[in-house]
Design a protein around this ligand. Structure first.
Ligand SMILES: *Cc1c(COP(=O)(O)O)cnc(C)c1O
Length: 498
């Protein structure tokens, strides 16, 4: 059975999975959604015997129906290989009664690797399928994490190039070092004398420049985007929830078909939406617990049915969740609006014009699968400290938000359903904050020395991703003003490699 995709803002749109992956966003500004969520219809017994790669195929083939078996298996094999430092790809660790699903064993030690290691391959296959002969050029503005994960994913993938813009003084020293040492002949990293918004606006302007588009097409290039609304990032994220459940069954931790709860530290709402899709496919998930930091726009939404971004933006120690517009929420809105593109358009118009929208009581009733929680900085730090002190397990600052929300949820609801907590980054990625929370940081020690201390503290080896950048050579030196971004792109595409 073929599965097609439509737009949340126009139900008449009808594209294949590969077309949706190539386009990223629908022309009407809407997000691509599957016309229906396919059923998993594989038994838990069968799933329990599968490797991560086999599970990925069992899940993804139901969404990407225009990929052949060979194409999809090839993408999966290229993505989930030795780039991950454990053969399980996404291992589960039991600590203090919860199961931490470690999604940080890939190239950049954060969960975005789960999707960004396969997206480049899905994209090049999609291009072939749709007779796109141009080289695909990924343009990204980053505030730190996504840029490196995208670089690592696209590096040396034939038929692609990637250009990443980051605010020169707006990312952490480790994040900058990670990016400017990126290898691969098709990678290009540029610092901007400006902030993240300048980088973002510059990229948007380049995407919207039709003369440039024409000029580059003539030279054999086509732009594309790797951001988190791409269905090619969402679908691979469903896999690890299915995999985790099957592992719990295989290990005898849950009975066959016993429901579990899932807690996800949330920013753009992509990761938790993938869990929601897994539930809709038939995976026995009871509650989807959406954990926010001090930027608790989603918590308020689940409390009141009103999404309101008009508030102070707070910088926290879980920066990847410092977001006031959770783009992927639009897919849930569309779903609970009974797939009404008209309702979706009207709410998104309110969001664009007034910064807020309110859903109807009927829509609110359909949010029963979700529970919204949040935790403040001190609470998240406390959960790092207590978990470390009680069982010696060290979690990162984002996972700590989820862990803390989970504790509060249990106290409040007395729900003792077994629970999977999405662990979205290695503690080594946010070493200073983690060590401060554990009461072990000192101002004078540099970040790399702290890394060694964390390794001693946790008994976990320093990940390769961190070890590598310590001594790595800086390969990218370009720094430009925001106004020079377009020229920089042209220079890179039309002159390098000649
Ligand atoms: C991106 C990110 C998140 C948030 O994920 P969303 O899919 O945007 O909700 C949480 N933790 C870490 C470490 C991340 O990098």
């Amino acid at each position: 059975m073929d599965l097609f995709y439509k737009s949340t803002r126009n139900s008449q749109v009808h594209v294949t999975a590969s077309q949706a992956i190539l386009q990223g966003l629908s022309e009407d500004g809407g997000l691509f959604v599957p016309e229906k969520i396919p059923a998993l219809d594989v038994s838990v017994e069968e799933l329990s015997g599968m490797s991560y790669q086999e599970t990925a195929y069992a899940v993804m083939r139901r969404f990407l129906t225009d990929f052949t078996e060979e194409e999809l298996k090839d993408c999966i094999a290229k993505a989930y290989d030795e780039k991950f430092d454990v053969p399980e790809i996404a291992p589960l660790v039991k600590a203090e009664g919860a199961y931490y699903l470690e999604l940080f064993h890939g190239a950049t030690i954060a969960f975005k690797d789960m999707a960004l290691s396969i997206l480049p391959h899905l994209m090049t296959v999609s291009a072939k399928k749709n007779q796109v002969h141009e080289e695909i050029v990924i343009l990204t503005a980053t505030s730190g994490d996504t840029g490196k994960a995208a670089l690592a994913g696209f590096a040396d993938v034939p038929g692609t190039r990637i250009i990443v813009f980051y605010p020169k003084d707006g990312v952490s020293p480790i994040q900058e070092k990670q990016m400017v040492t990126q290898k691969g002949n098709n990678t290009f990293v540029v610092g901007i004398r400006g902030n993240f918004d300048d980088a973002q606006s510059g990229v948007k302007a380049i995407f919207g420049d039709s003369a440039l588009k024409k000029e580059l097409k003539a030279a054999g290039f086509q732009f594309s985007s790797a951001n988190s609304i791409n269905i090619g990032r969402l679908v691979p994220q469903i896999v690890y929830y299915v995999y985790a459940y099957a592992r719990l069954c295989a290990d005898g931790e849950v009975e066959k078909n016993e429901p579990v709860n899932v807690v996800v530290p949330t920013g753009n709402f992509g990761n938790i939406l993938a869990a929601y899709y897994a539930k809709q496919m038939g995976l026995p998930i009871r509650k989807l617990i959406c954990a926010s930091n001090d930027n608790k726009v989603l918590y308020d939404f689940f409390q009141t049915g009103c999404y309101d971004r008009n508030r102070e933006f707070k910088l926290t120690s879980s920066p990847s969740m410092d977001i006031l517009i959770s783009s992927n929420l639009e897919r849930l809105i569309y779903q609970i609006a009974d797939q009404s593109d008209e309702m979706d358009r009207s709410l998104m118009k309110d969001l664009a014009e007034k910064g807020r929208y309110e859903i109807t009581p009927a829509m609110e009733e359909r949010l029963g699968d979700f529970y919204g929680g949040y935790s403040e900085e001190a609470e998240a730090a406390e959960s790092i400290r207590s978990l470390y002190q009680s069982v010696g397990y060290v979690i990162d600052t984002h996972t700590a938000v989820a862990s803390s929300v989970y504790q509060k949820y249990r106290r409040e609801t007395k729900d003792s359903t077994k629970t999977v907590i999405a662990s979205t980054a290695s503690p080594f990625k946010f070493t200073r904050s983690v060590m401060e929370a554990a009461g072990r940081a000192s101002e004078s020690v540099d970040d790399f020395a702290l890394v060694d201390e964390l390794s001693r503290l946790s008994g976990v080896e320093v990940p390769k991703a961190v070890e590598e950048i310590r001594e790595a050579e800086v390969l990218h030196h370009t720094v430009v003003d925001p106004a020079q971004m377009k020229e920089t792109v042209k220079k890179f595409l039309l002159q390098t490699g000649e």
